[in-house]
Design a protein around this ligand. Structure first.
Ligand code: PA5
Length: 408
């Protein structure tokens, strides 16, 4: 399903097995397991949900539109762009950029669309405004033949859904936004997008078996967490996720949010960066190789590319080479790995068989668990985001200065 190779992280010599054993990861492991066992956080429980039928009604629309921010949409985008992008017309409205939103809404036929409005709090400004824009556009139609589904628990959007008798799906209260991809938040839109959602959960469950292992060498989430924690303490606090397959770009975006918003607290945390191989070998690799010694790289590579073909070409010495296209990118990844290691830059590698639903389920669950473990290592609250609340308050105050504020 997925293999994890950490040897180059030790080979470069900055962190050793003794260092790993010196971290009290057993307590971190127990604290996270206790939280999961007692339902303090519910991101593990939801992968065992057998009742997927409630998400399976909403099929057969030409367009699937998902409106949400951060944890309410990034996981769906990660899985969609990885496994289903060629199957369906998906539109993600995940910003308050008028050009982006209007270019989508001016293009599609809302009468042939299922529209998911996703907001756990129900009060997120961008999602609220984008919903009102859609409502305005629907109001101009003679009759609306599409469908609107709200995935929300609370706030203004829940009241709006109830008032208009829209379908409402809810999110378990103990599952924070950025950990909610395996709830209705991800699974309902993904089902409409033609994704096999039971296979996603299957992958997550297989990974969960590994993540329950107390033996750190058999638990990739715990081991990767401890390695990144130790390197952070040595000044390598930038974690580069370098995917050698473009379809995982949004997995990287999801990961950045999960890591950044969960662990960036009280002066702690690691800074996640996303890179795409092989193209970033011609841009950021110089920095990774020879810049500040503050980075650790995680390669993500598939064994098999879903499209591949034999190629015959002449190399720079005019010698004929015959190989598969995938052999080229594999050589490039391996060369980068060797060069980084030779330069003393720590790196780890996650290998998946190929990009599919199971692999995405396993990969995303591994990162949820890793971040859960790391939060315990740093001894902070992984599941809140108090610092972003300040900006939200200021923004709502600024909104009050808009024309006609409070006239209704
Ligand atoms: O992880 C989180 O909690 C956040 O990224 C939220 O998902 C994001 O702010 C959107 O919140 P909501 O779902 O309440 O609209």
């Amino acid at each position: 399903m997925l293999s994890y190779d950490y040897e180059n992280a030790l080979r470069v010599g900055e962190v050793s097995f003794e260092d790993i054993n010196g971290v009290d990861f057993t307590s971190a492991y127990s604290r996270l397991m206790e939280k999961l066992d007692n339902g303090v956080v519910g991101f593990r429980d939801v992968i065992y949900n057998e009742n997927l039928d409630e998400y399976k009604f909403f099929n057969g629309y030409k367009n699937v539109v998902v409106v949400g921010m951060g944890g309410s949409i990034l996981g769906t985008m990660a899985i969609y762009y990885a496994v289903s992008a060629f199957k369906n017309n998906a539109y993600f409205i995940d910003n308050s950029d008028p050009e982006k939103t209007l270019s989508i809404l001016n293009k599609i036929d809302l009468n042939d669309s299922i529209i998911y409005i996703v907001s756990k709090s129900g009060n997120t400004l961008e999602t609220l405004v984008n919903y009102y824009l859609i409502k305005k556009k629907i109001g101009k139609l003679n009759s609306f033949k599409g469908k609107i589904v709200f995935i929300t628990n609370d706030g203004k959007l829940k009241r709006e859904a109830e008032k208009n008798n829209y379908e409402i799906l809810s999110i378990p209260e103990n599952v924070p936004g950025r950990f909610s991809v395996f709830t209705a938040v991800g699974l309902a839109p993904l089902y409409s997008l033609g994704t096999d959602i039971s296979k996603i959960l299957k992958g997550a469950r297989e990974m969960d078996k590994l993540c329950r292992n107390e033996d750190i060498l058999k638990n990739p989430a715990l081991l990767n967490g401890v390695i990144h924690y130790l390197y952070d303490k040595k000044g390598r606090d930038i974690s580069v996720i370098m995917s050698y397959i473009e379809s995982l770009r949004y997995f990287g975006e999801w990961c950045k949010q999960l890591i950044g918003e969960s662990l960036g607290k009280r002066g702690e945390g690691i800074t996640p960066l996303l890179s795409i191989g092989a193209k970033d070998q011609h841009s950021l690799l110089q920095l990774y190789m020879d810049g500040k010694k503050d980075k650790i790289i995680t390669f993500i590579v598939p064994k098999k590319y879903r499209l591949d073909e034999e190629i015959v070409f002449e190399d720079i010495d005019d010698k004929e080479v015959c190989c598969m296209l995938s052999d080229i990118i594999k050589c490039e990844q391996e060369a980068t790995e060797i060069a980084l290691t030779n330069n003393g830059i720590p790196n780890v590698k996650i290998t998946i068989d190929e990009v599919n639903e199971e692999a995405l389920g396993a990969l995303m669950y591994m990162y949820e668990m890793q971040v859960g473990f790391m939060g315990e290592l740093y001894n902070l609250n992984t599941y809140n985001q108090p610092a972003v609340e300040g900006e939200k308050k200021i923004c709502w105050e600024l909104i009050k200065k808009c024309d006609r504020y409070g006239s209704k």
